[in-house]
Design a protein around this ligand. Structure first.
Ligand code: SAM
Length: 453
């Protein structure tokens, strides 16, 4: 029954022939596999066919076991569906080669972090991405993925979108809403998406999306870029919402060039340029994306008055010690509780402002903790692209020891490690720390990063 209702909706939207091709693709079992490499961790030569709209994206001929791969665990790449990478193409097109230093991006619905890590690579180490996820458990996964990515320019928050519209008004240069949706584009990947689909749920999603869009819009500065995306096909959650946005608020057109051979279907809604990825036309899952610029004058608003200050000061001698662990650059160091965090100086004021307003789960690089005079480095430092690789003795893991490390087991190479903390590498890429104490090792891999397969 549901299938028929869905088919009818798609027939209205695409015509019978195209709707049937779409449904056949959704019911087929061909699922492209793709990954996106981390430009801050260029440890492996990207393999596979390039994703046309993303220079870091590659299609793989088959699905390997990502969980057991050291480079995946080390954040050298992210497993991301190819269509999703298109939002990065939109952002780069809108920025048109402009400086990204000082840019503030908000990714309002960010978990598990696919698009946030992409934006992080685009804005580079001098731009900031605030990755927000309202559902706490999902926000924790997002924080783990931001840590793995190790770029140092992601702040993970867990707030309701309304907190942004009330506390960081017109503060961001770019706001992205990758909205929770009815998930029609995920039908071939997810049985849950198929089971939960109904016309009523589509209407419910569309109404919720408008609320999120309105809050997100309020936190965008005049002249800023707004990117809206869903992984669903129907017009109610897509074009109709963009039309509504253009009617309610002052929106301007952003021209996007998009080569015909990519087979992306283009539509318009108000002044918005809209893009549909249909699995029977493009190699990837379903995606809808749209872009507009916020009209009006005035630029960014000033940062609001602090509500709280979670940071403490770092003593000069501690600062000197931790500074030596990072690659050359200007840093600000601060404590949160017992832990020491490092931030690129250019990002610090913005990170502080977000931390004073929002519930922050992760930011910058968590360098470690001091117990009296003893310093314990954090997993975040090992996976940070800002770590100086000669700060610790290093050890290249064998395949067996990589498996043991990821399972948090005793390593076979113990007697060959230096006494104390060692930085473990897999194909040259840091995967974490371990501490040798005499004839045994104490793993420093946090429990939440342990694998079970
Ligand atoms: N952008 C993510 C990525 O690329 O990895 C995927 C985001 S997913 C499509 C939408 C997210 O919105 C989910 O993580 C969901 O928990 C979150 N969400 C659910 N209800 C929400 C609400 N009322 N306001 C904001 N976000 C919500």
């Amino acid at each position: 029954m549901k299938r028929e209702e869905f088919r009818e909706l798609m027939c209205q939207q695409l015509g019978t022939e195209e709707a049937d091709r779409l449904i056949a693709a959704l019911e087929g079992d061909e699922q492209p596999v793709s990954v996106r490499h981390n430009p801050a961790k260029p440890y492996a030569e990207p393999q596979g066919r390039e994703v046309a709209w993303c220079r870091w994206g590659r299609y793989l001929p088959e699905r390997p076991s990502f969980t057991r791969d050291g480079l995946f665990q080390a954040g050298a790449y992210y497993v991301q569906e190819a269509s999703s990478m298109f939002v990065g193409y939109l952002l780069e097109s809108a920025l048109a080669g402009k400086q990204t230093a000082g840019l503030r991006v908000l990714d309002m619905c960010a978990a598990p972090g696919g698009k946030s890590t992409l934006y992080s690579s685009i804005v580079g180490e001098r731009g900031l991405v605030v990755a927000n996820e309202v559902i706490r458990t999902r926000a924790l996964t997002l924080a783990d993925n931001a840590l793995r990515w190790g770029a140092g320019n992601i702040v993970v928050t867990s707030n309701d979108p309304s907190h942004f519209s009330s506390s960081l008004v017109e503060w961001f240069d770019v706001v992205a809403v990758d909205a929770p949706c009815s998930g029609e584009g995920m039908f071939r990947k997810s049985e849950e998406a198929r089971e939960n689909w109904s016309p009523d749920n589509v209407r419910l999603c569309a109404a919720r999306q408008r609320r999120i869009m309105a809050d997100a819009w309020a936190s965008l500065r005049p002249g800023g870029i707004f990117i809206y995306s869903t992984c669903t096909f129907n017009g109610m959650e897509n074009e109709e919402n963009m039309e509504w946005l253009c009617q309610e608020f002052e929106c301007e057109r952003v021209e996007i060039e998009c080569p015909e051979e990519w087979n992306i279907a283009r539509t318009e809604a108000g002044v918005a340029e809209c893009f549909h990825f249909y699995p029977h036309r493009t190699e990837g899952e379903g995606l809808f994306a749209a872009i507009v610029r916020k009209g009006g004058e005035g630029g960014r608003r000033r940062s609001p008055k602090p509500r709280r200050n979670p940071f403490g000061e770092v003593e000069p001698k501690v600062r000197k010690m931790v500074e030596g662990l990072l690659v050359e650059g200007n840093y600000h160091f601060a404590t949160i509780g017992e832990s020491i965090y490092g931030y690129r100086k250019e990002l610090w004021e913005d990170v502080r402002c977000v931390s004073e307003q929002m519930s922050v789960l992760f930011s910058g690089v968590k360098i470690g903790e001091l117990f009296g005079k003893k310093f314990k480095p954090d997993h975040s430092l090992a996976l940070s692209a800002l770590l100086r690789l000669d700060s610790f003795p290093t050890w290249e893991l064998s395949e067996e020891d990589l498996g043991r490390y990821l399972h948090r087991e005793e390593l076979g190479c113990t007697s060959e490690l230096s006494e104390g903390v060692n930085l473990l590498l897999w194909r040259g890429c840091p995967v974490g720390f371990t501490k040798r104490i005499g004839q045994r090792t104490n793993t420093m891999l946090p429990k939440e990063f342990r694998i079970f397969i």
